[in-house]
Write a protein that binds this ligand. Structure first.
Ligand SMILES: [Zn+2]
Length: 232
């Protein structure tokens, strides 16, 4: 199992991992949403209205503008898609590539326990799954206030993901929080991979909301199970 690698598609750059029954990856800085169509011609690309919730839907629940922050595919011929610009995309798929998807995990989603909802949806059996943490803002670039730290006070990992930097300010390690929670839910440590790419300090590679402000640019994080039957 390899991590997604940087490739070029009609002049656009993206990280992609492809195998017989699975494709997933993430786009770079200026990738236009229209270019996603060239990646997945004729396939439904299931965009969500992301609201920092813990709601994960399946394609049968999808409609335009549906509010959710994760999608679980179980054989449907469709592309799960999450947009990020500092928040963390979490990809997951099982050994048989029969089920998989992607979550949008910011601090609010983690605080609400979106990964716990995922474990419930998957029947509590995370041991069969592999996880990949895509590009997101990493600890050294992610300063938050006391208000955020307080909201994690009751989490078992709440003490270890904040590093005080100055009065009332902490560095937040979102990736560590998510990883520790997945492990507590039964995910195997060696099956959780981190791409090691920070959106904030990889200038030129990814959009970053904290660095660039509201440019509207996003990373498109996509996953499709290719073993699904062709439509029609
Ligand atoms: Zn960084």
């Amino acid at each position: 199992m390899t991590d997604p690698v940087l490739r070029s598609l009609a002049g656009e750059s993206l990280y992609v991992h492809e195998e017989e029954k699975l494709i997933y990856g993430y786009t770079t800085r200026n990738f236009p949403p229209t270019a996603l169509r060239r990646l997945f011609p004729g396939l439904p690309i299931l965009f969500l209205k992301q609201v920092h919730s813990d709601r994960i839907i399946m394609p049968g629940d999808w409609r335009p503008g549906v509010e959710a922050d994760g999608m679980l595919l179980q054989g449907e011929h469709a592309v799960a898609l999450i947009q990020t610009a500092d928040c963390l995309p979490l990809f997951f798929f099982d050994d048989e590539r029969r089920s998989g998807g992607v979550l949008h995990v910011g601090w609010r989603g983690l605080q609400k326990g979106i990964e716990e909802r995922l474990a419930e949806l998957l029947g509590g059996d995370l041991g069969r799954f592999r996880f990949h943490l895509g590009p997101g803002i990493e600890r050294d670039c992610y300063e938050v206030g006391e208000d955020v730290r307080e909201q994690f006070a009751k989490k078992p990992y709440g003490r270890v993901i904040f590093t005080p930097v100055r009065p009332g300010k902490h560095l937040l390690d979102l990736k560590a929080g998510l990883t520790l929670s997945l492990r507590a839910l039964g995910a195997a440590p060696e099956r959780i991979r981190d791409c090691g790419l920070c959106t904030f300090c990889s200038r030129g590679l990814f959009p970053s909301y904290r660095r660039d402000g509201g440019t509207g640019r996003r990373v498109f994080n996509f996953l499709m199970l290719r073993g699904a039957p062709a439509p029609g």
